[in-house]
Design a protein around this ligand. Structure first.
Ligand code: HEM
Length: 501
């Protein structure tokens, strides 16, 4: 064996000191988090009160929303899911965390760790600080007004008619199952491509994914996993990956947005689409809306407005076909309300009340945004659902968990649109626990458009086809993973052309 040199002994000592200090630091953190932390009195599993690691592991595995639901069942409506973080399932928490605040009271800010994972990126409407957010929201609001929606109706209607036509061509009269997850994704992405950039992705026409859409889905999943790294203190690693070209799907997505946006700008601002207001500001005053800021907002619209609606529609088709009595009641409503397919429009579908109840119950069972949108408690602390919460605590309502909490809903794992129709059998339900679009100043700007688009697509499908779930998709919901969005398996359904009397 080679003899040890003086330098080697120094190195051994240093390593020993580092190891012992590490152990002391961890022991100190454990004792502090359990016995002295300002959140020490809130319930939760000991592992989660001590460390961020268990939360991060569940996030990486795509199980976090279901895990939080289990924790609420075990510990009640407020749970400490990480040393500095509380999850709430009481409906009052929606108002307290996300709602408009009284004059003089500071808003709960969006949690930077979640909304701004990359230091070098400009912010979008989703991640803008409060003052910047109000200006961008005002500019975008025009594209989401009733007047703009009237202008958008023919654009949306054209894609939905193309969907029905393509389904007729592919369903072979009900003999061959079609994968509705894909058709719905292609439809909502084509619509948002047109409303956001002035041209679709051409997916309905080609019956195939545009490579960009695959990139978007990958990017969103990757964001969820990067969040887990940030949660366990590895933010510098995420910055390193971002700066050195390791996040390829995100970089390619951004390059495609810039390209497509440049084409849209050349078309001029006079178009009743969603981006018109921002382009008008950009053209008037480049400083107020520089190109990188315009691009990041356009990319946000594409992601926020497509995968979400496609997810809800997939969930609704699955749940309706899994509960044939409910489907038959809805089919009756749709077919007795219209005597011709052409009468079904973005606006006429607003009269389908049972359909709205079915969509809301689908939102409850399969919320497109299943996770908690984290907000930080302002200086001085604040009350949330009757509890005083110290400043800087990360707080959120986790939609999947609140929507399946037996304290909020009767038979939470069932599918009962009747609960939204005033059925006395469900009078103990807390309907305001369901907030799929969030509430307050940062709620979803696309809410009305999304409801109208989803009702139109569902009404056209149900008017034109009898739906039967294929055996392979019978357990579609089981074992699904949810990162920031859901990872949905194929949804195979037989579509038989309807016979109208
Ligand atoms: C089923 C469909 C949809 C669901 C469930 C949904 C849900 C949400 C939620 C929960 C938020 C709040 C996010 C947060 O606090 O971090 C949000 C924000 C937003 N959504 Fe949606 N959304 C849907 C459809 C759409 C559509 C169709 C568009 C646009 C075409 C859209 C554009 C936006 C934008 C721009 C924001 C940011 C608003 C702001 O911060 O002022 N969404 N959405």
């Amino acid at each position: 064996m080679a003899p040890l040199h003086v330098g080697d002994i120094g190195l051994v000592n240093l390593s020993l000191i580092a190891a012992v200090s590490g152990i002391f630091y961890i022991a100190y953190k454990v004792v502090y988090n359990v016995l002295f932390h300002p959140l020490r009195s809130f319930p939760g599993p000991i592992s989660h009160r001590i460390s961020n690691v268990p939360r991060a592991i569940q996030m990486m595995r795509g199980h976090l929303p279901f895990h939080v639901a289990d924790l609420h069942r075990e510990y009640g409506p407020v749970v400490r899911i990480a040393p500095d973080e509380l999850a709430f399932s009481d409906p009052q928490a929606w108002k307290d965390i996300y709602g408009h605040r009284a004059p003089g009271q500071e808003e709960f800010a969006k949690h930077k760790g979640f909304y701004r994972p990359f230091d070098a990126m400009p912010t979008s409407i989703i991640s803008d600080p409060r003052e910047e957010h109000s200006a961008v929201r005002r500019q975008l609001a025009h594209g989401f007004s009733d007047r703009s929606m009237r202008g958008q109706e023919p654009i949306i209607g054209e894609y939905v008619d193309l969907l029905v036509q393509r389904l007729h061509a592919n369903a072979e009269g009900g003999k061959k199952a079609v994968n509705m997850r894909e058709w719905l994704n292609w439809t909502t992405f084509d619509i948002i491509g047109d409303l956001g950039f002035g041209s679709s992705f051409g997916m309905l026409a080609s019956s195939d994914y545009h490579p960009w859409v695959k990139l978007i889905v990958q990017t969103v999943k990757q964001s969820g996993q990067l969040q887990a790294l940030i949660n366990v203190g590895l933010r510098p690693v995420v910055q390193f990956l971002s700066r050195n070209g390791f996040l390829k799907s995100r970089d390619e997505h951004r390059a495609l947005v810039r390209n497509k946006l440049s084409q849209r700008i050349e078309m001029g601002a006079e178009r009743p689409d969603l981006i018109e207001g921002l382009i008008a500001t950009h053209k008037k005053d480049e400083k107020a809306m520089p190109f990188p800021k315009l691009a990041i907002n356009a990319g946000t619209l594409i992601v926020a407005g497509s995968e979400t609606t496609a997810t809800l529609l997939s969930g609704a088709i699955y749940l309706l076909t899994a509960y044939p009595e409910t489907l038959s009641k809805l089919t009756h409503e749709v077919r007795s309300s219209f005597s011709d397919d052409k009468e079904i429009t973005l606006f006429s579908v607003a009269n389908l009340h049972y359909m709205l109840a079915c969509i809301n119950e689908s939102f409850r069972r399969y919320p497109p945004v299943a996770f908690g949108m984290p907000r930080q408690v302002p200086k001085g602390g604040a009350q949330v659902a009757g509890h005083f919460i110290p400043e800087d605590t990360v707080t959120a309502v986790w939609q999947y968990a609140a929507n399946h909490d037996p304290n909020n809903w009767k038979d939470p794992m069932g599918f009962h649109p009747e609960r939204f129709m005033g059925d006395p059998g469900f009078k103990t339900d807390k309907l305001d626990a369901l907030q799929p679009f969030s509430v307050g100043p940062r709620n979803c700007i696309g809410r009305n458009l999304a409801y109208a688009e989803m009702r139109l697509i569902l009404a056209k499908i149900i008017y034109n086809f009898d739906l039967t779930l294929a055996d392979e998709s019978r357990n579609w919901l089981e074992g699904q993973k949810a990162y920031i969005l859901w990872e949905k398996p194929a949804l195979d359904v037989y579509l038989t052309p309807a016979v109208h009397s």
